[in-house]
Each structure stands twice: as structure tokens, then as C-alpha cells.
Design a protein around this ligand. Structure first.
Ligand code: CMC
Length: 436
């Protein structure tokens, strides 16, 4: 018998089946041969929330959640954060290799020359309410780019795909900055092509009347590191949305908008905003033990704690803590850091969190840095979306060129009623639940 197989006996029929194991997985479709009769549909696998289902084979990002390891294309995240710029890492994620000098130069040039937004897009953004949430503005505006670049629908042409990828990576900071300035009632600032990706983003955020914006190099580097840490994270909720929507061959702007919408939720990228609200609610270090007790007793969650994959310290959280120190040298220490560190200390010593292997995740400390830099909490998830766009696009490209992939369309186990008799209106019973 072949070694890399799984033998299953169907106790309903006493028939044995042999399924191949490849990469530690069996193919769910192989279960379909397990039937009680020829017209039986066959056995399905049931896995709500994909707790144990690989939806693809990927060579982009590796995570070992037990050991707290994260690698992009085989390079440890710590090494990339120390030595690379964000656009260098973006190139690595999209094309599989670190760029040579000339390649990087061309790549940076291509992205830099796609940072401008069409004036129509600017007008579109002006139409949002003054207090619109920047993340909702970002999602809608990215979707609206599909109307500006209708040729993006030709997703089968690799050079056309690359053009849209460059546009999306280039324009994301511009849209993010515009949504920020809109919420403050400030005029929009055009990109400055002399500046690096992060420094130009800072220019579009914070330039006032000075003729040329000079970004603080420590803050620009910190932002670049944060962008590197957030660039990809394999099959998370938003990436799954990107792949799923992209699998219907929707254009990349609409698929990216869908991914960004998934990111906005408080259990995903929206957690960084929630962490700040939580730290405000706690108020001071002395209140931390009672807050942790409340969570332990089932009242709420510690936002920025826990992860589906990491059952150890999130390696990104460690780098973020280090980056925070650099930022605070410039901005002064954010007093929330003391509450956060006390929260981490007490939680990591508490049985509830230890038994469930709940550690701080990437969102726990990032908001504290962003706040020290001058961002309002509503902007935090937008700051996550800028770099994650690279990961979404790398995963989208990989999905489109994977011969195993088809339109994403899960099965269900139907548990509702069947073939009911129609009841005329006058004979219908009152339901306990009404819509008003
Ligand atoms: N605080 C308190 N209890 C928690 C927390 C938390 N933050 N996270 C998980 N638990 C408990 C959960 O109640 C469950 O307990 P029990 O076994 O008694 O029912 C156990 O730990 C397992 O949790 P789970 O909900 O089954 O885990 P999951 O993999 O479905 O959810 C998660 C992962 C990230 C959604 C969850 O940990 C969470 O809601 N964390 C807070 C939100 C957050 O920080 N999200 C950011 C995630 S990382 C970056 C990103 O994706 O953007």
C-alpha cells in the first residue's frame, strides 16, 4: 500500500477507501467517492470558518503559528523589516525574488508615477459626508476606480494586470491621505514624486503651507517598517475575500474593495482601532486587573489579543514594540503604552489566556504608534489597507495562474424544510418575529 495515503472505512457499507495525502492534506473532493448508493451525492467535508481547510496552494507567505515564524517568499520578516524598504518587499511578494538595483529603480519609478488620482476621483471623494469613516471612504473609492479604468476588466492579459497592480499600489496612499484630509476639512495634497513611498504619504497627509514637505526620517522609516509587517499574511479573512471575489473574474479594483471591506471588521484589521478604544476605557494601569477579570468572566474580548494561526507571540508584534521605541524618541511616549504593557504582562500570566494561547497580535501595539504619530483611531485600519493591498494583489495573481483554482463556491449542508405546501395569505399563522 502506498505510504502517503489515508485509509478510511465507511461503516455504513463496510467499504474501504484509500485517499492520497499531499502536502499534509487530502483533497476534499476525494471524499465524494464515498457513497452508500450510486445516486448518493457522496461525503462532503464540513468546515465553517475554514478551521482546517486549505483553500489553495501558495508560495507567497509562510507562517508557523506554533513557533511564531513569519516569512515572505522564504525570507524571515525580521530580516526584511531590518534591511528592506516597503517597495522592495512589495516587489518580492509580487514577483518572488528580491529586486536587483535596476529592477528596484524601475519598480519604484512605476509606482511613483501612478500615485496621482484622476480629478474625477477627487470630486467623488469630496461628496462624502464630513464625518464619513475613512475606511468606508477608502473601500468605496477603490471600487470607484473600476469606473476610471474599465480596461482593468481584462484580467487575462498579464501586462494589463501589472498596470492595474502598479496603479493600485501607487494610488492607495493617495486615497488614504485624501480620506484623512477630508475628515479634517483640509484641502487635498498632491503627491510629490521626489519622496519615498512612505515620505510621500506623510506629505499628502500633513503638508500645510510649506512649499516642500520634509518628512522626519525616523517616522518615515517607522511607517515603512509597519507597511512591511502588514504587507501579507497568507489566507486571512480579507485575502480570502480577495481570492473569492477575484475567482469570479471581477476586476482588481472591485476585488480589492471587497478585500478592504473584509479588513475593516473589528475581528480583523479593524481591531487596531478597537484596541485604542479599549485602552481609553481602561484608563489607567491600576484598572488593568479588573478589566482582565471581566474578560476572563466572559464579558468582551481583549482586542489585539489572540489569532487563528499564531499560538505564540506574533513576530510582528515584537518588531512593532521595537519600532514604537524609535517613534517615541521623536514624538514623546504615548502614555497608552504603559497600560498596554501592563495588560500584556497580566494577561500573559493569567490561566485563561495561557491555556487558550492568546498572545498580543499585530494590532495590539500598532495603534499606539499611529496615535503617537498623530493619526486618529479611525485611520488605523486604512493604514493597514495600504500595504495589505500588495499581499491581496500577489495572492490574486497567484490564484489566477493556478490551474487548480475555479470560481470559489462552497457547498452547504441544507437543514431547512423541503417541498412545503403553499399557504394563502389569509390562512398564514402569525410569526413570533416581525420585521417592525
Ligand atoms: N479575548 C478573550 N478571549 C479570547 C480572545 C480575546 N481577544 N480571542 C479568543 N478568545 C477565546 C475565545 O473566546 C475562545 O474561548 P473558548 O474556547 O472558551 O470558547 C478561545 O479563546 C478560542 O478563540 P476563537 O474565537 O475560537 O478563535 P478564532 O481563531 O476563531 O478567532 C480572533 C481569532 C483573532 C478573531 C480572536 O482571537 C479575536 O476575536 N481577537 C480579538 C480581535 C483581534 O485582535 N483581531 C485581530 C487579529 S490579528 C490581525 C488581523 O487579522 O487583522
Amino acid at each position: 500500500m502506498a505510504q502517503d495515503t489515508l485509509t478510511i472505512v465507511d461503516n455504513r457499507t463496510n467499504r474501504p477507501y484509500s485517499l492520497s495525502i499531499e502536502g499534509g492534506a487530502v483533497r476534499a473532493t476525494d471524499f465524494r467517492q464515498i457513497k452508500t448508493s450510486p445516486d448518493d451525492f457522496g461525503v462532503m467535508t464540513y468546515d465553517p470558518a475554514f478551521m482546517n481547510t486549505a483553500s489553495c496552494r501558495s508560495s507567497i507567505t509562510f507562517i508557523d503559528g506554533e513557533r511564531g515564524i513569519l516569512e515572505y517568499r522564504g525570507y524571515p520578516i525580521e530580516v526584511l523589516a531590518e534591511h528592506c524598504t516597503f517597495l522592495e518587499v512589495a516587489y518580492l511578494l509580487l514577483f518572488g525574488e528580491l529586486p536587483k538595483e535596476a529592477e528596484l529603480k524601475n519598480w519604484v519609478h512605476a509606482i511613483t508615477h501612478h500615485t496621482m488620482l484622476h480629478e474625477n476621483t477627487k470630486k467623488f471623494m469630496e461628496g462624502f459626508r464630513h464625518d464619513a469613516h475613512p475606511m468606508a471612504m477608502l473601500v468605496s473609492t477603490v471600487a470607484a476606480l473600476a469606473t476610471v479604468y474599465p480596461e482593468a476588466r481584462d484580467i487575462h492579459d498579464p501586462s494589463n494586470r501589472l498596470l492595474q497592480i502598479e496603479r493600485l499600489i501607487g494610488k492607495m496612499p493617495s486615497i488614504a491621505a485624501m480620506s484623512y484630509r477630508h475628515s479634517l476639512g483640509f484641502p487635498y495634497v498632491y503627491p510629490d514624486n521626489d519622496l519615498s513611498y512612505s515620505a510621500n504619504f506623510m506629505n499628502m497627509l500633513w503638508k500645510m503651507v510649506e512649499p516642500k514637505y520634509a518628512a522626519n526620517p525616523v517616522l518615515a522609516r517607522a511607517l515603512d517598517i509597519l507597511f512591511i509587517l502588514h504587507a501579507d499574511h497568507e489566507q486571512n479573512c480579507s485575502t480570502n475575500a480577495m481570492r473569492s471575489v477575484g475567482s469570479s473574474h471581477a476586476d482588481p479594483y472591485l476585488a480589492t474593495a471587497a478585500a478592504a471591506a473584509a479588513l475593516s471588521g473589528p475581528l480583523h484589521g479593524g481591531a487596531n482601532e478597537e484596541v485604542l478604544k479599549m485602552l481609553d476605557e481602561i484608563g489607567s494601569r491600576e484598572n488593568v486587573p479588573s478589566y482582565v477579570k471581566k474578560v476572563r468572566e466572559g464579558h468582551g474580548k481583549l482586542m489585539g489579543f489572540g489569532h487563528r494561526v499564531y499560538k505564540n507571540y506574533d513576530p510582528r508584534a515584537k518588531i512593532i514594540k521595537w519600532t514604537a521605541e524609535q517613534v517615541f524618541e521623536v514624538t514623546g511616549r504615548n502614555p497608552k503604552l504603559d497600560i498596554a504593557m501592563e495588560l500584556e504582562r497580566i494577561a500573559l500570566d493569567d490561566d485563561y489566556f495561557v491555556q487558550r494561547k492568546l498572545y498580543p497580535n499585530v494590532d495590539f501595539y500598532s495603534g499606539i504608534i499611529y496615535q503617537a504619530m498623530g493619526f486618529k483611531p479611525e485611520m488605523f485600519t486604512v493604514l493597514f489597507a495600504i500595504p495589505r493591498t500588495v499581499g491581496w494583489l500577489a495572492q490574486w495573481q497567484e490564484m489566477l495562474s493556478d490551474v487548480d483554482q475555479k470560481i470559489a463556491r462552497p457547498r452547504q449542508i441544507y437543514i431547512g424544510q423541503r417541498a412545503r405546501q403553499f399557504v394563502p395569505m389569509e390562512k398564514r399563522a402569525l410569526h413570533a418575529v416581525t420585521s417592525h
